[in-house]
Design a protein around this ligand. Structure first.
Ligand code: BGC
Length: 736
C-alpha cells in the first residue's frame, strides 16, 4: 500500500497539518505546467546554452582570481541566464536568518531574524512563514531571486558550530517549521533552497567527516525532516552538504541525490552544491545538477568538461538535459521569469523589525523562575545589568548566515582567522541594546551597567541593587564546533559569583545552542533568549517586565553534560585545527562519525531510550501563567486534547503529543503539536493529524507499522507526560 493510499483511506495529505492548521499557504504552484515548459525550453537549447545553468561563481571579491560577472549582485552565488530563451540569471544570497551581510560589501543592510533555534522555539509554523515572507521580500527588493535558506539539519551534537542556524532535533518539528519558512520565502516569486542535504551534523572535518548510519535510521530522522520540509515547502532547490556519507561526498552521493531525493521522493527541483563541495564531474551522474561557487572547487567541472561528456555519451547528454530541465522547472514554478526581482526596491524596515521582534518574543524560553521573581515590577528601584555587551546590543552567530542592518554591527570582537575566512571569526552584535530597553521599561529605576570583566566589581554592583541581571553570550560560527557546553570567557564563574551575592539574580542567555549552567541552583531566574536578532534587546526587556509572557519551548534537549550524548567526545575535535576552508590537512582526511550509535533516536528520543535526565528536556518552557492539559483522545491518525489557562494572565502554551510505545516496546516520538494563545480561564480544544511515518519503521525499502497497541501521551515537554492513551492499530506497510 502506498502512503497516499493510506492517507486516502483516512487522512488527506493536504490536511496533514501536524497542528499547523493556521500556517499560511503560498500561492499554489502548477508543477506539471512548469515541468512541461522546462522540457520545451530544453529542446530549444544549444549545446553551449546547456552548460550555462549548470555552474557559476561566488560573486564576491574575496577570492584570488574571481572575475565578477557584470550583472551579478555581490552575494553568495550567480548563475548566468539564457536571454535568448527568456531565462533569467540566478542571483543568490544566503538568507537563513535574513539577507546576508557579506561583510557590508553591498553597503546595504537587512533585517536580522533571531537564530533558527529561536525561531523554532516558537513551535509556530505561521511565524516562520511570516519570517520567510519578510526575508524574501527584502531579497527581492535587492534583486535576489534565489535564497540559500531552509537549514534543517537535526541537532545530533549540541556542540555543532552551526546549531544556531538550524531548527531542532526532531524531524516533525524541523520539517513543519522549515516547510513554512520556505513557503514564506517562495511567496515572493523567488526560489528557496532547503539545506544541507544531508547528515551535516558537525563542523569539525566538515568537508570530509564520513557519516555512518543505516538507511532506516536516516529515513526516520534526518531524512524525514527534509522529506516533510520538502512536502510542506516545495522548495525549488536542495543544497547538498559538505560531509561524506557512506564514503561518498554528499554532493556526489548517488544514494542521497538520485535514489532518495529524486527517485523515492519524486522531487522535481534542482540540487545545487554547497560552496566548494563538488569533488569532480562525476557528481553530475550521482545526481548533482548545479556547481555553485565554482572557484572554491578544484575545477569548474560543470562547464566545458560537462559539455564534452554530453557530446560524447548519450547517457551524459540525457543527464545534462535533465539538469537543465530541473533548474528551469524551479525557475518557472516560482515564476522568476514573469516576476523579475530588481535591485533598488523599497523595503519597510520598520515593519520588518516588528517581524523580527515578534519572532524573538515568541522564541524566548523561560527556564527557571524562583518564586515568581519574574516578571520584574516596572517600579523596581535599582537594577544592576552585568555583562554580555548588553550596553551595545545582542550577539549574532557568524558565518555565511550573518545579517546586519545598514549601519553594521554595534560592536565586533575579532577572534582570529586570516584571509577571506577571517570574517567568520568576528563576534558581532546587533544594534539592539538590552540595557536601553530595560531603562525604557523601568524609567524610575536606577539602572547600572558593568561589563563583567572583573568579577569583584560586578559582585559589588549586584549587592547594591535590588535585582541583578547577568547577560551571558555563547557565540558560534560556521566552520568551528564548540569544545564543550561551557559559557566562554569565565562567564560561568561570573554568574555563580553574582548569584551568590544577590539571590534576585536573573540570567539572560544569548546562546547558539545548549549550555551546561553549573550555577543553575544559585540563579533566581534563567531566560534563554538565543541569538534574538535585530530587536532582541526590546524582546528580552519585554519578557523581563511581563509585557510578553514567554511561551517558547526548547526545540532541543539541554544535556546535563556531554557524557549523556551518544558521542561524548566530538569526533575529530582533538586533532583538527580550526580550518575554515574545511579542506583536509594532508594525511588527516579520515574521520568517521558513527550515527548508528543513536540511529534515529536523536535528542530526546536518545534520552528516553536511556532513561536519562537532561538539564532541560526537549519541549520544556515555563510561563507567567499555569496551564492544564488533558482529555487526550486518539482515533485513527487523529489526536485531540484540551489546553486550559488556569492562571491569572494571558499566555501561550504548546500542546505536544508523543508516541510513547508501540507493540514492540517503548519508543518516544513527537507526533503532533500546536501552539495556542489563551486568556486567563480560557480553554481550547486542539486536533492534530498524526503522520503515520512517525509511528513506523523504515526497513526493506519502505515504511512498516506492526499491528497492535500504540501508546500516546500529551506532554508539557518530552519528560513531563500525562496519562498514556492506548490505541489498537492494524499492520501497515507502504512505500514513499
Ligand atoms: C555554507 C552554505 C552557504 C554557502 C554560500 C557555505 O559555506 O555551508 O550554507 O549557503 O556557503 O555562502
Amino acid at each position: 500500500m502506498t502512503l497516499s493510499r493510506i492517507l486516502a483511506a483516512g487522512v488527506a495529505l493536504a490536511a496533514l497539518s501536524h497542528g499547523a492548521a493556521n500556517a499560511q499557504q503560498a500561492p499554489a504552484v502548477d508543477l506539471k505546467a512548469a515541468e512541461a515548459r522546462a522540457a520545451a525550453t530544453v529542446k530549444q537549447m544549444t549545446a553551449e546554452e546547456k552548460v550555462i545553468l549548470t555552474h557559476g561563481p561566488m560573486p564576491l571579491p574575496f577570492f584570488p582570481g574571481t572575475v565578477m560577472p557584470k550583472e551579478a549582485i555581490p552575494g553568495a552565488g550567480y548563475i548566468a541566464g539564457v536571454p535568448r530563451l527568456g531565462v533569467p540569471a540566478l542571483t543568490e544570497t544566503d538568507a537563513s536568518l535574513g539577507v546576508a551581510w557579506v561583510g557590508g560589501l553591498r553597503k546595504d543592510g537587512a533585517t536580522a531574524l533571531p537564530s533558527g533555534l529561536a525561531q523554532a522555539a516558537s513551535w509556530n509554523p505561521q511565524l516562520l512563514y511570516q519570517g520567510g515572507a519578510m526575508i524574501g521580500s527584502e531579497a527581492r527588493a535587492k534583486g535576489f531571486n534565489v535564497l540559500l535558506a531552509g537549514g534543517v539539519n537535526l541537532m545530533r551534537d549540541p556542540r555543532n558550530g552551526r546549531t544556531f542556524e538550524y531548527l531542532a532535533e526532531d524531524p516533525l518539528l524541523s520539517g513543519m517549521l522549515v516547510g513554512a519558512a520556505i513557503r514564506g520565502v517562495q511567496s515572493n516569486h523567488i526560489i528557496s533552497t532547503i539545506k544541507h542535504f544531508a547528515l551535516n551534523g558537525q563542523e569539525t572535518g566538515r568537508k570530509y567527516v564520513d557519516i555512518k548510519i543505516n538507511e532506516g535510521a536516516a529515513r526516520e530522522s534526518d531524512l524525514l525532516a527534509f522529506q516533510i520540509g520538502i512536502e510542506q515547502g516545495q522548495p525549488g532547490s536542495v543544497m547538498c552538504a559538505y560531509n561524506r556519507v557512506h564514503g561518498d561526498q554528499a554532493c556526489a552521493s548517488d544514494w542521497l541525490l538520485n535514489k532518495v531525493l529524486k527517485q523515492s521522493w519524486g522531487w522535481k527541483g534542482f540540487v545545487m552544491s554547497d560552496w566548494g563541495a563538488v569533488p569532480g564531474l562525476d557528481a553530475a551522474i550521482k545526481g548533482l545538477d548545479q556547481q555553485s561557487g565554482e572557484q572554491l572547487d578544484k575545477g569548474v567541472f560543470f562547464a566545458d568538461q560537462l559539455k564534452a561528456k554530453a557530446a560524447a555519451d548519450p547517457a551524459w547528454s540525457a543527464r545534462l538535459d535533465d539538469m537543465n530541465k530541473r533548474v528551469l522547472t524551479a525557475i518557472y514554478a516560482a515564476g522568476l521569469d514573469k516576476n523579475p526581482a530588481k535591485p533598488g526596491g523599497a523595503i519597510d524596515f520598520a515593519k520588518n523589525a516588528q517581524v523580527a521582534e515578534e519572532t524573538a518574543k515568541q522564541g524566548i524560553v523561560l527556564l527557571k523562575n524562583r518564586e515568581g521573581l519574574l516578571p520584574l515590577a516596572k517600579t523596581a528601584k535599582s537594577i544592576a545589568v552585568i555583562g554580555g555587551y548588553a550596553d551595545s546590543g545582542v550577539v549574532a552567530g557568524s558565518g555565511s548566515s550573518l545579517v546586519h542592518d545598514e549601519k553594521g554591527p554595534a560592536a565586533t570582537r575579532s577572534l582570529g582567522g586570516d584571509g577571506p575566512f577571517a570574517a567568520l571569526m568576528q563576534q558581532s552584535y546587533h544594534r539592539s541594546a538590552p540595557l536601553k530597553a530595560i531603562k525604557a521599561l523601568a524609567p524610575q529605576a536606577t539602572v547600572t551597567f558593568r561589563d563583567g570583566r572583573y568579577i569583584a566589581d560586578a559582585v559589588e554592583k549586584a549587592k547594591q541593587a535590588e535585582v541583578a541581571i547577568v547577560f551571558a553570550t555563547e557565540w558560534r560560527t560556521e566552520g568551528l564546533d564548540q569544545p564543550d557546553l561551557s559559557l566562554p570567557d569565565g562567564q560561568d564563574a561570573l554568574i555563580a559569583a553574582v548569584a551568590a551575592a544577590n539571590p534576585n539574580t536573573i540570567v539572560v542567555l544569548e546562546t547558539g545552542g545548549p549550555v551546561a549552567m553549573p550555577w543553575l541552583d544559585k540563579a533566581g531566574a534563567v531566560v534563554e533568549a538565543w541569538y534574538p536578532g535585530a530587536r532582541g534587546g526590546e524582546a528580552i526587556a519585554s519578557v523581563l517586565f511581563g509585557d510578553t509572557n514567554p511561551g517558547g519551548r526548547l526545540p532541543v534537549t539541554f544535556p546535563a553534560s556531554v557524557n549523556q550524548l551518544p558521542r561524548p567526545k566530538l569526533d575529530g575535535s582533538d586533532w583538527v585545527e580550526p580550518n575554515f576552508s574545511g579542506d583536509p590537512e594532508p594525511g588527516k582526511d579520515k574521520l568517521v562519525a558513527d550515527y548508528d550509535v543513536e540511529g534515529s533516536d536523536v535528542g530526546y528520543r536518545w534520552f528516553a531510550r536511556n532513561g536519562a535526565k537532561p538539564l532541560f528536556p526537549f519541549g520544556y518552557g515555563l510561563s507567567y501563567t499555569t496551564f492544564s492539559r488533558n482529555a487526550l483522545k486518539v482515533a485513527g491518525l487523529s489526536a485531540s486534547f484540551t489546553l486550559t489557562n488556569t492562571g491569572k494572565v494571558a499566555g501561550d502554551d504548546v500542546g505536544q503529543v508523543y508516541l510513547v510505545s508501540r507493540p514492540d516496546g517503548a519508543k518516544q516520538r513527537l507526533v503532533g503539536f500546536q501552539r495556542v494563545s489563551l486568556a486567563p480561564g480560557a480553554s481550547q480544544k486542539v486536533t492534530v493529524k498524526i503522520d503515520p511515518r512517525l509511528l513506523a519503521d523504515w526497513k526493506d525499502g519502505g515504511w512498516t507499522m506492526p499491528a497492535g497497541e500504540y501508546g500516546f501521551a500529551l506532554g508539557a515537554n518530552a519528560q513531563d507526560l500525562g496519562p498514556v492513551v492506548k490505541v489498537k492499530m492494524a499492520a501497515r506497510s507502504w512505500k514513499d
